[in-house]
Design a protein around this ligand. Structure first.
Ligand SMILES: Cc1cc2nc3c(=O)[nH]c(=O)nc-3n(C[C@H](O)[C@H](O)[C@H](O)COP(=O)(O)O)c2cc1C
Length: 148
């Protein structure tokens, strides 16, 4: 069983809801979960960090939401090597925008640069096609559970 930290990027609450539901699911499967709605670099570099799940919407023109942006900037500036950390990304977006799921993509790229290891492929939720993401998220979390 793993310790799983959810790092949320949300403006209108969708990504926050997805993270809360996913954390509940993993907790019911026996994992230790915590959801950070304003994550900081200290939450990430803490010694107890095993698995990080970044759950972020995209806002503006391909931007990271305000509550996650400080963490992104801190990680870019301080560049801690996270080779001992495993991670996953749940990216919420809308394919009618030019910069479809750019925030998820940027966070995924950054985690790779910091040498964290992806547990599995990013889950992309397109609000145009999947207005109710519960099923897709639940399947993704079930698969992740078997790998952590
Ligand atoms: C003003 C605004 C700008 C958005 N810009 C983008 C974008 O550039 N790319 C994208 O993929 N989705 C974009 N979206 C879609 C959101 O990512 C999507 O609605 C998401 O579910 C919102 O999640 P939240 O409730 O956690 O903020 C935008 C939505 C709004 C309202």
């Amino acid at each position: 069983m793993a310790k799983v930290k959810f790092l949320v990027g949300s403006t209108y609450g969708n990504a926050e809801q997805v993270a809360d539901d996913a954390a509940d699911q993993l907790a019911n499967l026996g994992h230790q979960t915590q959801v950070y709605n304003r994550p900081t670099i200290d939450d990430v570099i803490a010694k107890d960090t095993e698995v990080l799940i970044i759950c972020s919407a995209t806002i503006g023109e391909g931007e990271i939401p305000d509550n996650l942006l400080p963490l992104y900037s801190q990680l870019r500036d301080q560049f801690p090597i996270l080779a001992h950390v495993r991670y996953g990304v749940i990216a919420l977006g809308d394919s009618s925008y030019d910069n479809f799921y750019d925030a998820g993509r940027q966070m995924d790229e950054l985690m790779q640069e910091l040498r964290a290891e992806a547990v599995q492929d990013m889950l992309v939720i397109d609000a145009c096609e999947t207005p109710d993401p519960e099923e897709a998220v639940s399947e993704w979390i079930s698969a992740l559970h078997l790998k952590i």
